[in-house]
Structure formats: C-alpha cells, structure tokens
Design a protein. Sequence first.
Length: 294
Amino acid sequence: TMGKLQSKISFHTTKYRAEGSVGQTGHTGASRQHSPAHTDAVTSVAALKPDLCVSGGRDKSVAVSSWRSGAALRRFTGHEREVTKVTSALDSNRVFSASRDKTVMMWELHGTSGPSQHFPGHDLVVTGLAVSPDASQLCTGSRDNTVCKWDTETGECLGRAAISRNLVTHLCWVPGEPYVIQTSEDKTTRVWDSRELQVAHTFPAKQHIQTCCDVSQDGRYCLSSSSGSAGHGAEATLWDLRQTRGRVCEYKGHFQTTTSCVFLPQGPTLAPSIATSSSDSTVKVWDQGTAGRG
C-alpha cells in the first residue's frame, strides 16, 4: 500500500509543477517558465478558444495567452481601473472585459490594442459579464443593483432592469438558450430571460452570499457557490433548470468562502464532475451526482 501511495505522489508531483505549466509525467521532465501576463494580481480568467485563454488583472489590462505554451500573445489596455471580469463566446474572436471604472469594453483578438466597442451605463463597479453564444448580445451586472443587455455591434443598451438589493456577483449564459444565470449578495440565484430582460425564476434563498455561478454544457444544471467562514456555509449548490423547485445537491467541505465553481468537461469514461475553489487555499473536485470528493 505504501508503495502505491508513493507512486501516486511521485506521479502527481512530476505532472504538475508549481513554478511552470503542466509538464511531462516522467521524472526527467523539465517545467517551462514564462513571463507573467500581468504585472499585478490576476482577477479573472476565461477560455477563449481551445488553445487560448483570456485574463484580466489589477493592472487594468486584458491579456490573451496560450494554454499550450503559457506565453502571453496579446495585451489590451484602456480601462482606468482594475479589470474585474473577462469573458468570450468560445471560438469567437471577441473578448469582453468589465472593470471597476464602471464600464465594459470589447476587444478584437486580431485587431488593435484599443477597444472596438464601449458599454458605459452602470453607476458602480461591473461585477457580472455574460455573452450570448453567437457573441451578438452581452449581459452585464453591477453592484448598482442592475442588469443590462447590450448589442455588441452597436454598443446600444437594449434593456436595463433594477432590483432592490440585487448586488450582482456573477453572470453566465445558458448554452443554446436565451437565459442568463445570475448570483447576488442578496443570497439568491436568478434566471433571467434575456429577450425581455425579466426574471424568469428565482431559486430559494441561501443562508450566505452567492459568489459565483456556472451552467453545464447541456444547459440542464447550474451551480452557485456560497460565502462562509470557520466551516459555516462555503458550500456549492447544484440546481436543476428544468425542475426549479429546489436544490439537487450540495457540495460541502470548504472551510472559507467558495469563490468559484465550474462544471468540468465530460469525457466518454469520465463521470460528471465539478470543481470549486475557496479562500481556504484549496481547490476541490467533486462527483456531480454523489457530492463525493475526488
């Protein structure tokens, strides 16, 4: 048993190296180091294309980097304050960023370093950002209690909805549907119909602030994560978007606020799984159906 345990430890420590990117699995594999994409803390990261990711930072910049090489390929500047969220429609050439300067900007992957479109209109920091699958529309949310919808071609605001005490923490678009999921500091998770920008459903309120949300690729389930401390709260919750009467499952194990939650890509031999990150300095992977930790 000890030999098997040592073998597992050896495998994982050679595969994942803290100072570089994912390396080879052999003992002789050397990790590669790259220049940082940002000069200050990274605040948000999102997939852009199968081999690219986009990140936003406290240094007010947006960077496009390669998953494979780790190298920063493009850097966009234009925000006046920290970038809070970044997103993109997968396989799109457009990148969107939200900032503490109360604005959202659109950038062209193969364009100039300046923004190709501005979306001003919020009164406070923009904390939620979701783009439609075809990248034609954008939904934004803010601590000013509002959610807005925009035309990405013209920059026109197509709708604005305000709900008292709805301090938005995160937004994500449901694949193949006109719906947007939103979490809030008022402890609720809402489903917005983007066509009329109206709330289609509100899930039962949790005991703690909802910090983040994600939607499964099949569009059936959504996740939300909770704040917490000293082992109280800090769970992630699975909701069924077809049967919206209550939660399906809870994932408990973090000691402090769960800051992010995502559905992991599924494979032919992989059970559906989710991952959560926390202020307790850990990342946990869970079996989606049983809430068992991997």
